[in-house]
Design a protein around this ligand. Structure first.
Ligand SMILES: [Zn+2]
Length: 135
């Protein structure tokens, strides 16, 4: 059945690409660091992958890894939420707390990573401002 699932995924991706183009996004030569799909530049200037949403054109292996980690963390959260939902609908809720704990942990990881990314951006802006003022 995995073949059918792949086909579904491909159709989903093609639909998303088509929608992006219809919205006026332009396809770029750069590709997503995670899945190699072409990236799209939105009218707003944001660069997105049809699968991963907003991404940054990465210039290093380390940046590519950061994007991949964010993606994996989101996938873990989604999987846990789906499992929790399945359990709610079944009579066996013994595992429910485990999956809720996973969601809570993921939430914490995301907050930490976002805070770290924010402070990194602030430092860059500060640095640029200092360099600008020195001229
Ligand atoms: Zn992607």
């Amino acid at each position: 059945m995995s073949g059918g699932r792949e086909a579904y995924k491909d159709r989903d991706v093609v639909m998303k690409m088509t929608r992006l183009m219809a919205e006026g996004a332009t396809m770029l030569a750069e590709t997503c660091p995670v899945d190699g799909l072409p990236l799209f530049k939105l009218k707003s200037g944001d660069v997105v992958c049809p699968v991963h949403g907003k991404v940054w054109i990465v210039s290093s292996e380390a940046e590519a890894e950061e994007v991949e980690i964010d993606y994996v963390v989101r996938k873990i959260e989604l999987h846990a939420a789906r499992r929790a939902y399945q359990l709610i609908n079944s009579d066996d809720t013994s595992e429910l707390i485990q999956w809720l704990n996973v969601i809570e942990t993921v939430e914490r990881i995301r907050n930490l990573r976002e805070a770290r990314a924010r402070s990194a951006t602030e430092k860059q802006v500060e640095k640029a401002r200092e360099e600008g003022g020195r001229k």
